[in-house]
Write a protein that binds this ligand. Structure first.
Ligand code: NZQ
Ligand code: ZN
Length: 382
């Protein structure tokens, strides 16, 4: 096992009605909150009112900032920072999925010293302070609620990148499975794909970490078992709760302790698709993951066999990958680029983008031939 530090300061409040405590908790951190949310789903499904009521009751003044988009843009973050500074807020509250929480993380570290969002993301400005961040999660997928990372895109520069600092751990995260009940079938499936992808990104990292491997297998098994039940009954509390906790555990450190790093090539390759075609994050992963596994058969066939035997009872590498692909398909997540409207005419454009930006893994490099091979498989050309 590699040396590691285990540290995770996020206080997670999990279960029905946990947001009733939101006001009492927020009061410990300040009086005036910048409340960040997305395109308005929280207003339509009533979650907004359930969150605002305890805050008001506790006397917290609220300044709203809405309109954070999926695949969040740094321009929106900078606009929110300006509002936060002008209004002199002392807390940031994120209400939404990964896009909202990731944006709120950067907003919370930019407000105190009036920093520039992209300079922080690219490490040109180093935040020394952060406003306390409280997260209310409405979509099970990214694990951002219990980690210190944010992923933002800069469409002008053609980049979607991640950044992390301990200042961006939420102080508290409120995870009420009932808040995720209105997520549609499509995004519910993407969330399941995402949590599996996070587990696997770590599994294919370096370092001998058998217990972390076992956590990976357990989390993926949990997702594979619950997925069909949940997708058939979207408002089932127990299924929602199980997927929610699985997604949190997939990227809160548990799957990585004892390794040097994960690989994360699949996320990098997928971010390109989100950037170029605004493809949903989870949809990029169900397309890229099987192709990438086929690519690394040459390096670690035994790891793929190990996973195949644990998850699907087969040690055959190609059958294992096929089974994972079939599972993604069974959730109605795309496994080929054409399924998200990216036709063969875009092949060269994607290849050129990859050759220019060189998305690659921390463990396995991808060369030009590799990119071509991956693309062929993602288009279903074997
Ligand atoms: O914008 P609103 O109206 O809120 O609607 C959202 C959005 O359209 C909707 N939604 C969220 N909660 C809902 C709901 N609709 C109905 N009922 C609810 N309860 O779902 C849509 C997608 O939301 P989004 O926040 O974009 O999804 P997700 O949570 O999957 O986040 C994806 C983003 O997180 C990044 C991704 O790259 C992507 O930008 N990631 C962040 C990570 C991290 N910080 O650790 C790791 C991940 O690998 C990932 O890269
Ligand atoms: Zn992800």
């Amino acid at each position: 096992m590699e040396n590691f530090t285990a540290y995770n300061p996020v206080r997670v409040h999990f279960g029905k009605d946990v947001c009733n405590e939101l006001g009492t908790v927020a009061k410990n951190y300040g009086r005036k909150a910048l409340l960040i949310y997305g395109g308005g789903s929280v207003k339509r499904n009533g979650i907004f009112d359930q969150v605002v009521a305890p805050l008001k009751e506790a006397g917290i003044e609220i300044v709203e900032f809405s309109g954070i988009r999926p695949n969040p843009r740094v321009g929106d973050v900078d606009r929110a920072v300006a509002v936060g500074i002008k209004e002199n807020v002392d807390i940031v509250i994120a209400l939404g999925g990964g896009s909202v929480i990731d944006s709120a993380k950067i907003i919370s570290v930019c407000i105190p010293e009036n920093l520039d969002g992209w300079k922080v993301m690219t490490r040109k400005q180093r935040p020394e302070k952060g406003l306390p961040l409280l997260a209310v999660l409405t979509l099970a997928a990214t694990g951002t609620e219990m980690n210190m990372f944010s992923v933002l895109q800069n469409p002008e520069l053609g980049l979607k990148i991640g950044f992390g600092t301990e200042l961006m751990y939420p102080k508290h995260s409120f995870l009420d499975p009932t808040f995720t009940a209105t997520v549609n079938k499509e995004y519910t499936a993407y969330g399941i794909v995402d949590l599996i992808a996070h587990s696997l990104e770590n599994f294919f990292g370096t370092g001998h970490a058998p217990l972390s491997d076992r956590f990976v297998v357990s989390i993926v098994k949990e997702a594979i078992e619950v997925a069909p039940k949940l997708l058939n009954e979207l408002d089932n509390y127990d299924h929602r709760a199980r997927i929610l906790w699985a997604s949190t555990c997939a990227l809160n450190g548990t799957t990585n302790y004892g390794r040097k790093s994960g690989d994360w090539a699949v996320h990098g390759l997928g971010h390109t698709l989100s950037l170029m075609f605004d493809t949903a994050h989870g949809a990029t992963l169900s397309i890229v993951y099987p192709a990438w596994l086929r690519y690394i058969v040459q390096y670690v066939p035994e790891r793929i066999s190990h996973l195949g035997s644990e998850l699907f009872g087969t040690i055959d590498v190609h059958q294992s990958i096929q089974k994972l692909e079939e599972f993604f398909s069974s959730t109605n997540s795309p496994i080929r680029l054409q399924q998200v409207g990216i036709g063969m005419d875009k092949k060269e454009e994607i290849l050129n983008h990859w050759l220019d930006k060189k998305p690659s893994g921390m463990v396995y490099d991808i060369d030009e031939k590799g990119y071509q091979q991956l693309l062929d498989w993602m288009y279903g050309e074997f």
